[in-house]
Ligand binder design. Structure first.
Ligand SMILES: Cc1ncc(COP(=O)(O)O)c(C=O)c1O
Length: 457
């Protein structure tokens, strides 16, 4: 079965969400008045892209804005509106747009040539920075996106173990590779039992996941242990997000990560942490903060300093299966792997992100979450997140796994997001946001004021 719409169990207990929804037409028409040039460009895009989009993540109703420039925390759209960015291309720009140090590194490398059929010295610098920071990283391979990193990590695990089966968790998004495009946002009425979910394809065109993918509930160590006791000998890898972005931006419980680590050790499976977003939780990544280390870590976003990137880092004992001298090695080519401009931007960005800078932006993130919590006090809204990231969830149910996360009132979240965009603030359509090193307290004050205004509707 394929996903047609997200199954949800709206909170019927209260009518808090109704007044904003009653203003849907007004909020949308204000957006249209503010963004006529984006509307016209979207009409052009519809002639070129199916339904107007070439990137699903930016889809929003009635259309996404077209951005002309980004500088620091500000975006200028093609209607000359200034928008304060609180999502920074899906968390990939922790030092803001066009940071001088990144621009200088990119410019220098662009002038020296953009791509070679050979190594460049820059790439070793980025690999060294990653190995210094990530506790479990002894080797690295670069890719061009987080999705490709996930694909390579799974292939490494299959090559290292000689097994096929991948365990992923319901509600987790790991990019667009076939074997992880299962049960990211399944309608609950098709998703089976909460303890043993039925894998649901999130896209048309997937080959069968039978024998390849098993979907389990997030944050449930008992079920994970049971399933590994039954199927462990077939399992190549368990892939888990150490901060579950699409499951309400929640951190997994430590005992769940510890159970994942223990069952992989016992059954000879590879533990993969997907830190494509979570790497920015701290100087040593999420694994440094949470104290559990995987065998492989998938990376993306911040390590490319705003350019397309991905990477797999981890134990030599697993990654060395791709060593060219190994028989039956895992092969992995790529015209733009470790692209010289990308790795220059990535190193410049990581150099900005010192332990002191992490302390500062994480404290700032905690402050934003607390202020949002104060604004949401007594309302059926929950604020989650960690490090420099935050999310408002339109549900009164405490979020622990996908079945909790799916109770959110999506329509309310989307409208609140559009109302914020009308007021000049960019967060996702499910109200995720983050602060960057460039974000100012005044910008946060303005965001909290605008959000509080929406709550008073
Ligand atoms: C946890 C996680 N894994 C993988 C990906 C895929 O990365 P990319 O969009 O670079 O392919 C994403 C993207 O948002 C992600 O959040």
């Amino acid at each position: 079965m394929t996903r047609s719409e997200t199954g949800k169990m709206p909170d019927l207990a209260n009518d808090f969400y109704a007044p904003l929804k009653a203003r849907a037409a007004e909020i949308e028409s204000r957006y249209r008045v503010l963004t006529p040039n984006s509307a016209a460009l979207f009409d052009e895009a519809k002639k070129l892209y199916p339904g107007g989009y070439t990137r699903d993540a930016i889809i929003r109703n009635p259309y996404a804005p077209f951005i002309r420039r980004g500088h620091g925390t500000k975006l200028i759209d093609c209607d000359d509106r200034s928008i304060t960015d609180f999502w920074f291309n899906a968390t990939s720009l922790p030092v803001g747009h066009a940071h001088p140090r990144v621009v200088e590194a990119v410019t220098r490398q662009a002038q020296a040539g953009s791509a070679f059929y050979a190594f460049s010295e820059n790439e070793l610098q980025l690999a060294q920075r990653i190995c210094e920071r990530l506790p479990s990283a002894e080797r690295v391979r670069f890719t061009n996106s987080g999705s490709e990193a996930v694909m390579v990590a799974i292939r490494l695990a299959r090559a290292a173990t000689g097994r096929d089966l991948l365990i992923k968790f319901e509600g987790s998004y790991h990019g667009t590779y076939d074997d992880v495009y299962w049960s990211v946002a399944p309608p609950v009425d098709h998703a089976g039992d909460a303890d043993r979910p039925t894998p649901v394809a999130d896209t048309g065109g997937l080959p069968s996941g039978e024998g390849r993918v098993l979907v389990l509930p997030f944050n449930n160590p008992e079920i994970l242990r049971q399933v590994m006791a039954e199927r462990g000998k077939d399992v190549a890898a368990i892939i888990v997000e150490p901060m579950a972005n699409r499951i309400g931006l929640v951190l997994p419980e430590t005992k769940f990560l510890q159970a994942a680590r223990a069952v992989c050790n016992d059954r000879g499976a590879v533990l993969i942490f997907d830190e494509v977003i979570a790497f920015r939780l701290g100087y040593n990544g999420a694994q440094g903060t949470l104290g559990v280390t995987p065998d492989l870590t998938t990376l993306g976003k911040v390590i490319g300093g705003g350019l397309p990137v991905g990477g797999v880092a981890g134990l030599a004992s697993v990654l060395d299966i791709s060593d060219p001298s190994r028989p039956n090695r895992m092969a992995h080519a790529g015209t733009f792997n470790a692209n010289p401009i990308t790795v220059a931007a990535g190193s410049a960005t990581l150099d900005e992100l010192t332990p002191e800078v992490f302390s500062r932006i994480n404290a700032f993130g905690a402050d934003v979450r607390q202020r949002l919590r104060d604004a949401c006090e007594g309302l059926p809204l929950q604020v989650t997140g960690a490090g420099s990231l935050f999310k408002v969830n339109a549900t009164s149910r405490q979020i622990h796994d996908y079945r909790d996360a799916v109770t959110v009132d999506r329509e309310w979240e989307q409208l609140a997001s559009l109302a914020l965009l009308n007021d000049g603030f960019m967060v996702t359509t499910s109200l995720q946001g983050c602060v960057s090193t460039e974000t100012t307290p005044t910008e946060v004050d303005a965001l909290i004021d605008a959000f509080s205004g929406i709550l008073k509707v």
